[in-house]
Design a protein around this ligand. Structure first.
Ligand SMILES: Cc1cc2nc3c(=O)[nH]c(=O)nc-3n(C[C@H](O)[C@H](O)[C@H](O)COP(=O)(O)OP(=O)(O)OC[C@H]3O[C@@H](n4cnc5c(N)ncnc54)[C@H](O)[C@@H]3O)c2cc1C
Length: 407
């Protein structure tokens, strides 16, 4: 089967890798002009099952070596003493296999694992899809026309494939009432590997060091309901200044660098709430199908595990594997959907009480013995969602002779 994948970030390269291992012919189309260089993007998490998938791909050592090494965090609030949080002990308490890594680094490694055995096309995008039941005729922005047996959208929260095959985003997008802005700037505070966070009711400002560049990333999460143009970065920057211009703390120094930031990211924290991720011979994987909300729902781990399961189910059952993929992934997607509004409520305090309790709990948890921490995580919604990700074994389907480079 010839399978077209749209998007070469997390889900796309994982899917391409495993499809090729099972003897399919994957082509990945990515709209950026070249593969991501590695140091861009925000810090994302790989939890246990997702980490295991990357281990099976032979990527784990490279991922471990590239991890952020942000091991400590200071949480500050107006009028309160700072609270210190031991992040490395907290992560160890969640799982023995957890890693935080820049999304660009993760993409670089996953792309590296699949680039020689899958066809990658950069700087193009799907313009139209015509599914006749036996295959899909695809037209690209470049004018190229090709036919595939299946098309998979791995093109993120604002998926192009989803728009073409499932309808406009507005009908499928569930805003959680929060916003997220991130940009890079010089390390004017000498943070190194330290993370600083400042909390108030409805707002979180975070600053973390990026050891590979010597810069820091400044992140702003806040509640509200704003209208803005998704394509207009200047309008989004102005909105951020309006919201945080008189915040105080270190924010004035952060905003000084906003104008010069060329990697400014701004988006609403929203979920994609499709009931099904398959339409004929077109399907979705990762954020494209079921984004739980950027930064609040473990979307990266979900994307990795779901891509692995999708490839395995296609190998086991052909096109019918689309249905078993949905069945296997649905419980995790639903859990993640329920979970992320709660996570958002925790990290952007929604009341004075939450503002008081969150830092105290964050500081206390890592001080408990690891076994006790693991028990606590396993009893709450986050822990349950992370440990319930199914990871079937498809090793009997691997075809070593078909893992060779595509000519
Ligand atoms: C600021 C921020 C912080 C986050 N923090 C965390 C975190 O702490 N932990 C966590 O687990 N997750 C986090 N996430 C979420 C995480 O980044 C996503 O869940 C994850 O990247 C999903 O992977 P994906 O491959 O499904 O989609 P994406 O990573 O969004 O990739 C989509 C790819 O498709 C490409 N594309 C888009 N449109 C087209 C098109 N028309 N044609 C071809 N290609 C296209 C894009 O260029 C991109 O390469 C965060 C997200 C953001 C924005």
């Amino acid at each position: 089967m010839k399978i077209l994948i749209s998007g070469a970030s997390v889900a796309g390269p994982v899917l391409a890798y495993w499809l090729r291992r099972y003897g399919f012919e994957p082509t990945v189309v990515e709209r950026t002009p070249a593969a991501r260089h590695g140091l861009g993007g925000h810090a994302v998490d790989l939890f246990s099952s997702a980490a295991e998938v990357t281990r099976r791909m032979g990527c784990w050592d490279a991922i471990e070596a590239a991890r952020t090494r942000l091991d400590a965090m200071t949480i500050e609030r107006f009028g309160k003493r700072p609270v210190e949080v031991d992040l490395s002990r907290m992560y160890a308490g969640i799982s023995s296999r957890h890693v935080e890594i820049l999304r660009g680094e993760l993409t670089r490694i996953l792309y590296g694992a699949s680039r020689d055995s899958a066809e990658y096309v950069f700087g193009d995008s799907i313009a139209s899809l015509a599914d006749d039941g036996a295959g899909v005729d695809v037209t690209f922005d470049s004018g190229l026309e090709r036919r595939f047996d299946l098309v998979i959208g791995a093109d993120g929260l604002h998926s192009n494939v989803r728009r073409l095959a499932f309808g406009p985003e507005e009908q499928l997008n569930r805003p959680l009432g929060g916003y997220l802005a991130v940009f890079s700037m010089p390390d004017v505070f000498g943070l190194g590997n330290h993370t600083l966070a400042h909390l108030s009711v409805g707002k979180l400002v975070g600053i973390y060091g990026v050891r590979q560049t010597g810069q820091v990333r400044a992140g702003f999460l806040f509640r509200g309901n704003f209208q803005y143009d998704h394509r207009d970065k200047d309008e989004q920057k102005a909105l951020l200044v309006k919201e945080f211009g008189d915040y105080g703390w270190k924010v004035p120094q952060l905003l000084e660098h906003l104008g010069a930031a060329d990697d400014f990211y701004f988006d609403g924290i929203a979920q994609i709430t499709l009931d099904s991720w398959t339409s004929g011979r077109v399907a979705l994987v990762g954020d494209a199908g079921y984004c739980p909300g950027p930064a609040v729902g473990g979307g990266t781990s979900l994307a990795v595990v779901a891509a692995y399961v999708l490839a395995g189910e296609l190998a086991r059952a052909g096109v019918d594997g689309l249905r078993s993929y949905e069945r296997l992934i649905r419980p995790v997607v639903e859990q993640s959907r329920r979970l992320s509004p709660k996570v958002m409520g925790t990290i952007i305090p929604n009341s004075k009480l939450a503002l008081q309790l969150m830092p105290v709990a964050a500081a206390a948890l890592p001080k408990l013995p690891t076994a006790v921490q693991r028990f606590i995580w396993s009893q709450n919604a986050v822990g349950k969602a992370l440990s319930s990700v199914p990871l079937p074994d498809y090793s009997d389907l691997v075809q070593p002779e078909r893992s060779q480079p595509i000519a």
